[in-house]
Design a protein around this ligand. Structure first.
Ligand code: XIL
Length: 314
């Protein structure tokens, strides 16, 4: 099966995979990533973030971001801009400069406006405004501007490109609970104030055996789409405690199927993005000690049971 072709034939906009610039020197990797029947969408895992694109105030560097955008363009892939405002990978000139509210407003407007204008017609994320308990995250944006940093960023993005699709992206909002409810309340508030918001990104960094059920994911997606936004699965992977065993790989296959099936059951779930397709370049081992094997292809680019799990889910 070719996953993007399959997703399209089932009414979805795309199936895609994130990628990162250093990986693009691996020719076997690139050959598989380029296949637009397998991956019809991509997201830069690092090179469109704030530290990569505006390392010093007003000095934009787009070489890494352009490389991913050009790859998307030349291989017929949609592109998700990731991301315009986020508390991580944020240069200290933003987080530690003691900007006033007015100054930080201008900084956000310039950053989001510049990125969105450069990559017109794409989707853009604002990321991770919430703590797991549903309160707003205490970062420089919230601490300086309260919740207004969100409409400030979204309005600047819309103004820079009326055609941009604007998302808020977070984790632990893939199932019903306080954090998902907080995001739903935010969507309501934004809609009431006519702030542009088109979609909610469900990161979906799951764990083998405790991936939310299809029913739970569907219920959750429906709660968002009922508010007049679309949803997308934006960073899917399903990690396990190493070593991978046949039993774990079989459960992982089931977990991929449950997740894809949830998106398939919800019309407003537009597409699915893997947070890279091969274990060779997964972020998991570097972030979660002792865990890995989270992707549908192994580190030798061989398909795992999870690959069939995805195909079954559509
Ligand atoms: C990760 C990248 O994959 C890593 O390479 C980097 O070191 C840290 O960030 N949620 C997100 C992504 O929205 O931006 C994160 O990406 C993974 C978690």
């Amino acid at each position: 099966a070719k996953l993007h072709t399959l997703a399209k034939s089932k009414g979805k906009l795309y199936f895609g995979s994130a990628t990162d610039n250093p990986e693009l020197t691996n020719t076997s990797y690139v050959a598989q990533l380029d296949d637009s029947t397998m991956f019809g969408q991509t997201t830069a895992t690092n090179s469109m973030k704030w530290d990569a694109t505006e390392p010093n105030q007003g000095q934009f560097t787009f070489s890494g971001a352009d490389q991913i955008a050009n790859l998307a363009q030349s291989t017929g892939k949609l592109l998700r801009g990731h991301n315009c405002v986020w508390h991580n990978q944020l240069p200290s000139w933003v987080s530690n400069s003691g900007f006033t509210a007015a100054q930080l407003t201008a900084v956000i407007q310039n950053h989001c406006g510049t990125l969105v204008a450069r990559y017109k017609g794409r989707t853009f994320n604002l990321s991770e405004p919430f703590n797991d308990d549903g309160t707003f995250r205490s970062d420089v944006f919230f601490n300086t501007l309260g919740t207004s940093f969100i409409p400030i960023a979204l309005n600047a993005a819309r103004q820079a490109d009326p055609g941009a699709k604007l998302y808020i992206n977070d984790f632990n909002i893939e199932f019903p609970g306080v954090k998902s409810t907080a995001m739903q309340n935010l969507v309501r508030t934004l809609k009431q104030s006519n702030t542009p918001i088109d979609g909610i990104g469900l990161q979906s960094h799951f764990i083998v055996g405790i991936t939310p059920s299809t029913a739970s994911q569907v219920q959750n997606m429906n709660a968002f789409t009922a508010l007049g936004v679309e949803v997308a699965i934006t960073e899917l992977d399903v990690r396990m405690t190493l070593p991978a065993t046949p039993a774990l790989l079989a459960q992982q296959k089931t977990d991929y199927t449950s997740t894809v099936a949830a998106c398939q059951q919800v019309k407003g779930c537009v597409g699915i993005t893997l947070w890279d397709w091969t274990d060779k370049f997964s972020w998991v081992p570097g972030t979660f000690a002792g865990q890995g094997a989270a992707c549908p292809w192994d580190e030798n680019f061989v398909k795992k049971p999870a690959f069939d799990g995805i195909a079954i889910g559509f």
